[in-house]
Design a binder for this molecule. Structure first.
Ligand code: NAD
Length: 496
């Protein structure tokens, strides 16, 4: 029987007035496991009102107390993270170890947010003029919202809400309708940690909920992560309505392999970054740019490793789970067909996979293409599945032009033993996150995550100091405590 999944408002489960619902499936079995309510405008308004009412008290709660609650949330999360990982696997399909890894990376942002007293310290200048001191403070912006994708139902929300809440805001999460249960588990954990009602809310839903968050005047900032067309839409509409918006979009991540690279390390990395989470990661490697003469040897090493991968149910001992929905599986398979038709060579065909799981699961095995040209759709588009393309080039310069010529600029990596070449690459590449012999260069929590070009709209990256600044506004106070030596009239600017 399908479980009912609904909203979380005012510290409780909230069915509201939703008339539309979505279906939630277990991708490893193809069976429907849940039915999720889609918020209408009245439900979103209710969440915003509850957040707005709760905000002043939370803003004025001492830093010590706020930090204690965030710390308690971290302790509970750490103790119970297997529960959350199991929920992720049951609705997303990724293998359990990967789901646990996602929670751990999200937890790192919670740990960063536990240091918020230090991060919020302002500057102080004594005696800038006679008897005058100046100091800076940062204050929360108010009600803020996060709109997140299916591929990291716990980690991506955790890029945002720990910092938003620690800095004193009220946060509303609109998760993906494909794997919504993690959001409710997280809401209950906040309650157990002692967070006041209204400071963390969840509205489930689709475009209706997103549009309402974008237009409602009481929502002051929006953090979005998802595909590029929707990121652009959210950025344009949110900013048009006067909100702060950070909108992280899609990706096509290249791994450049120079002739002097360690090809065993490189092949391992291509496998891990290409097929982990079935390629449904915004930092997945989807193109290997092989600088000749390495391609033949590297492809052989990748193929040898692909032969050992087990595609199957994420709760078993598989390396790679199913894709998230049947529609998405079919879309990725249609790219394989298109690549073949366009003349790329299918070296390993994931459509023929024998999966270790139920017949109705959304299976697609790891796929490898050789001789991919940059005008093919398998090169141009974000496929978001276990499909790795090899583009052969003759020189470093050609490799650089390939990567810089692509509209996306999320992550990239270079594999080489030449420090000078790596240093040149980090300088010349037009991509937000760069790995040197590291295939998935996701920044740790105290740095900020974000791409360039069509992979990010807005100036602000996620977490780290960018996150602290995004969720706070600066204020500078100039103060003078009067004593009898002051006074007199002077209409000019003070100069000493
Ligand atoms: P998506 O764009 O379909 O959905 C993202 C969010 O937008 C969801 O909450 C969804 O409900 C909402 N949404 C969907 N259609 C909408 C519409 N028409 N109007 C308003 N809101 C809408 O993305 P997805 O399929 O859930 O996730 C995969 C995408 O996310 C990939 O493109 C991937 O690269 C990207 N992603 C990017 C990053 C990053 O950091 N840059 C991280 C993770 C995922």
């Amino acid at each position: 029987m399908a479980t009912k999944i609904t909203h979380w408002i005012d510290g409780k489960s909230w069915t509201g007035t939703s008339k539309n619902q979505g279906q939630v499936f277990n991708p490893a079995t193809g069976l429907q496991t849940g039915e999720v309510d889609f918020a209408d405008i009245a439900t979103v308004d209710q969440a915003i009102k509850s957040a707005k009412d709760a905000f002043p008290m939370w803003r004025d709660t001492s830093l010590t107390k706020r930090t204690q609650i965030v710390f308690k949330f971290r302790e509970l999360l750490n103790a119970k993270k297997e529960e959350l990982a199991a929920i992720i696997t049951s609705e997303h399909g990724k293998v359990l170890s990967d789901a646990l890894g996602e929670v751990t990376r999200g937890q790192e942002v919670v740990e960063f947010a536990c240091g918020i007293p230090q991060l919020l310290k302002g500057g102080f200048s004594e005696g800038v003029s006679n008897g005058v001191d100046v100091y800076s403070i940062r204050q929360p912006v108010g009600v803020v919202a996060g709109i997140t994708p299916f591929n990291f139902p716990a980690m991506v929300p955790m890029w945002f809400f720990p910092i938003a809440i620690a800095t004193g805001n009220a946060f509303i999460l609109k998760p993906s309708d494909k794997d919504p249960s993690a959001s409710i588990w997280i809401a209950k954990l906040w309650q157990e940690a002692g967070l006041p009602d209204g400071i963390f809310s969840v509205v489930q839903g689709d475009k209706v909920a997103v549009d309402r968050l974008l237009e409602h005047p009481d929502v002051k900032a929006i953090s979005f992560v998802g595909s590029t067309p929707i990121a652009k839409y959210v950025y344009e509409n949110g900013t048009k309505n006067g909100k702060r918006v950070q909108a992280l979009g899609g990706a096509k991540n290249h791994m450049v392999v120079l002739p002097d690279a360690d090809l065993d390390l490189t092949a391992d990395s291509a496998i891990n970054a290409g097929f982990g989470s079935a390629g449904e990661r915004c930092m997945a490697i989807s193109v290997v740019v092989a600088v000749e003469p390495v391609a033949d040897q590297l492809i052989q090493k990748i193929v040898d490793r692909m032969g050992k991968l087990v595609t199957g149910d994420g709760t078993k001992n598989s390396d790679m789970g199913p894709l998230v929905t049947k529609q998405h599986r079919d879309k990725v398979a249609s790219y394989i067909e298109a690549g073949e038709k366009a003349g790329a060579r299918v070296v390993v065909d994931g459509r023929k996979v024998q999966a270790d799981g139920a017949k109705e699961g959304y299976w697609l095995g790891p796929t490898l293409f050789d001789n991919v040209k940059t005008d093919m759709s398998i090169y141009q588009d974000e496929i978001f599945g276990p499909v790795l393309s090899v583009v052969r080039v003759k020189s470093y310069e050609e490799a650089l032009n390939v990567v810089n010529g692509h509209p996306y600029g999320n992550g990239t990596a270079i594999f080489t033993n030449d420090g000078g070449a790596a240093r040149r690459f980090q300088n010349e590449i037009e991509v937000g996150m760069v790995g040197i012999n590291v295939p998935i260069p996701v920044p740790v929590a105290y740095y900020s995550f974000g791409g360039w070009k069509s992979s990010l709209f807005g100036d602000s990256h996620a977490h780290g100091m960018d996150g602290v600044n995004f969720y706070t506004r600066g204020k500078v106070v100039t103060s003078r405590w009067l004593d009898p030596s002051h006074g007199g009239i002077n209409l000019g600017f003070p100069q000493n």
